[in-house]
Write a protein that binds this ligand. Structure first.
Ligand code: HEC
Length: 101
């Protein structure tokens, strides 16, 4: 069981570093891609659904946590938010914040 800890630390550091560099790891990119069918290519909305590109990271993370808990009412987002961890919200938030509006 202890063998897993260095790996967890390594992946966390990797995530933190990729966040600092402004580049998203492949996991973050692929989970974020599932959002774009509704939120528009590159996170830029084509219609009534809000854009994700350029959203402030803190705002994004709070929105996702609130959708997940139900604190923020939603039609569909509770279901999408429920599938992800707080760490994934952070990573996605950094990724979307870095996309051009
Ligand atoms: C089926 C379409 C659909 C998908 C897929 C989807 N969303 Fe949404 N999203 C919405 C709708 C509709 C809203 C408006 C709130 C509501 O009614 O649920 C919304 C709202 C949001 C908001 C709030 C934006 C703001 O400006 O306040 C965020 C953040 C968000 N979505 C993130 C995501 C993320 C991250 C994913 C992928 C994990 C995702 N969404 C996938 C439809 C979708």
């Amino acid at each position: 069981m202890y063998k897993k800890i260095p790996l967890a630390i390594a992946s966390f550091v990797g995530l933190a570093l990729s966040g600092l560099a402004g580049a998203a790891d492949i996991h973050t990119k692929s989970i974020s891609a599932t959002c774009l069918s509704c939120h528009g290519p590159g996170g830029k909305s084509l219609g009534a659904i809000p854009s994700l590109a350029g959203l402030e990271k803190d705002y994004f993370v709070k929105a996702m946590k609130d959708f997940k808990s139900g604190a923020r009412p939603s039609t569909i987002m509770k279901r999408h938010a429920s599938g992800y961890t707080d760490a994934e919200f952070e990573a996605m938030g950094a990724y979307f914040a870095g996309l051009k509006k």
